[in-house]
Write a new protein. Structure first.
Length: 255
């Protein structure tokens, strides 16, 4: 935000509120979500593909109901918010990318206590339409925050993780936890003390015949820093399909 030549930013908090600030120094290369708690929870969704013939808006509304039931105020999106205009499975009435963005603004659930933080994927690329998707969404929806294309490093208290979309994004040596969109299915691997989790699609477009799903992620620093990852599938009621709790030795790795 620019006001009379002064850059004004927002500090975002995991409880869903934000405060305006005048930043000092250079802009960091990571996104920080502020919190006073040692236990922090959020939802992670991906590949909603709004305007695709197999979108699942009802699953997104169920995601919001789950968030409210569990007092969660933060949703991260790991890319491919919309279907885009270069693909064959787009709905006939939404072939134009501007129409797709209008569609998202109007049908995406909205709650004053819930914020959405989005890393944009390959389907969200607006290079041919001269539309800046981040500016468009943030202009019409104060609960949308664009984090850039394909990758972003996130900090919540002492926990760090990277969100990314597509295989070509190289994992950095310090990336102990990554959440990967694009693949449309859930997967969890731990190798050389690094945790890699693929985020399932919250749509009906899964080649692996998985129902629309999301992740419920809990970082707990009460004793030792740990992360708990639950796959929540909508069948249509939310069902915990897989749950894993993993200790993390690396604290403040990036500091």
């Amino acid at each position: 935000m620019i006001e009379m030549g002064i850059r004004i930013d927002r500090n975002f908090y995991i409880d869903g509120h934000y405060q305006y600030k005048t930043p000092e120094g250079s802009i960091p290369n990571y996104f920080e979500l502020y919190t006073d708690s040692l236990k922090n929870e959020f939802l992670m969704i991906s590949d909603t593909h709004f305007a695709h013939q197999l979108e699942s808006i009802e699953s997104l509304y169920a995601c919001y109901e789950y968030a409210k039931d569990h007092h969660i105020h933060t949703i991260f999106h790991a890319g491919d918010l919309i279907e885009g205009e270069k693909y064959q499975c787009v709905q006939e009435t939404l072939t134009n990318v501007l129409d797709q963005l209008d569609y998202v603004v109007n049908v995406y659930p909205q709650d004053p206590t819930i914020m959405n933080y989005i890393v944009f994927g390959n389907h969200d690329n607006m290079s041919n339409s001269k539309i800046e998707i981040k500016n468009f969404l943030e202009h019409y929806r104060s609960d949308f925050v664009g984090l850039g294309f394909e990758t972003k490093l996130i900090k919540i208290n002492h926990a760090w993780f990277r969100m990314k979309h597509m295989r070509k994004i190289k994992i950095q040596e310090e990336d102990y936890i990554t959440f990967n969109g694009h693949f449309h299915h859930y997967g969890l691997t731990i190798e050389n003390d690094k945790i890699s989790c693929t985020v399932p699609t919250l749509s009906n477009n899964s080649k692996f015949k998985q129902p629309p799903s999301m992740l419920h992620v809990i970082f707990d620093e009460t004793n030792q820093l740990s992360v708990e990852i639950k796959q929540i599938a909508f069948t249509p009621e939310p069902v915990v399909k897989v749950s894993a709790k993993i200790p993390i030795d690396a604290i403040d790795t990036y500091n």
